[in-house]
Unconditional design. Structure first.
Length: 196
């Protein structure tokens, strides 16, 4: 019992020593991180941005892609309207026969009607999926064209980051001095014109 207080004191002393070592070690790591940050000069960290709405409104590739998507959507709607019209004519024929149809004809008409509805829905789903895939492929292609152009563009300008600004984004302030939208538009449209 007489050594209990001595043992507790020794354990406390060792614990304080370990704690001091850990704190000093962390302090040296913080100093090292701080010195690394100081080596990167603030002037070498540049951020640019482009206005996504302006790009979408004036980038010829994007406008052509939108025109193509609208044409495909219109063709899809035309095809579906044609199918619906054909089916409506058939339904009208059944209505005109009305009570003169036999039980077998009525059952056959019912089956044919269900089949028409299924065909129409499956064709509509297939066309919508095809349109969605083509739209996504175009968006991916446009994004890739922008990224490739920005790689070349940034070789001379050395921005650390280039953001796309969208009014609904979480960027609440932007200094127009870092706006590269019109440089980007000129370059992208020139590159698109060369491809076509």
């Amino acid at each position: 019992m007489k050594y209990t207080s001595t043992i507790i004191s020794l354990v406390a002393l060792v614990s304080v020593g370990i704690l001091a070592f850990v704190l000093l070690n962390q302090n040296s790591q913080i100093k090292r991180i701080s010195s690394d940050a100081k080596r990167i000069a603030p002037s070498s960290f540049r951020v640019g941005y482009f206005d996504l709405d302006t790009l979408e409104a004036h980038y010829n590739y994007f406008k052509d892609a939108q025109t193509l998507a609208k044409a495909q959507e219109s063709a899809m709607n035309t095809e579906l309207t044609g199918m619906e019209s054909t089916y409506q004519k058939k339904i009208q024929e059944w209505r005109e026969k009305g009570n003169t149809m036999t039980q077998a004809e009525s059952e056959q008409a019912q089956q044919e009607y269900q089949s028409m509805q299924q065909n129409l829905q499956s064709r509509k789903d297939a066309l919508q999926q095809e349109l969605y895939k083509k739209t996504e492929d175009m968006r991916t292609s446009i994004r890739k064209a922008i990224e490739e152009y920005l790689k070349e563009y940034n070789k001379q300008r050395t921005y650390a980051f280039i953001f796309a600004y969208d009014p609904g984004s979480y960027i609440y302030y932007r200094d127009t001095i870092y706006n590269i939208t019109y440089d980007l538009l000129d370059g992208l449209n020139a590159a698109y014109k060369k491809k076509n």
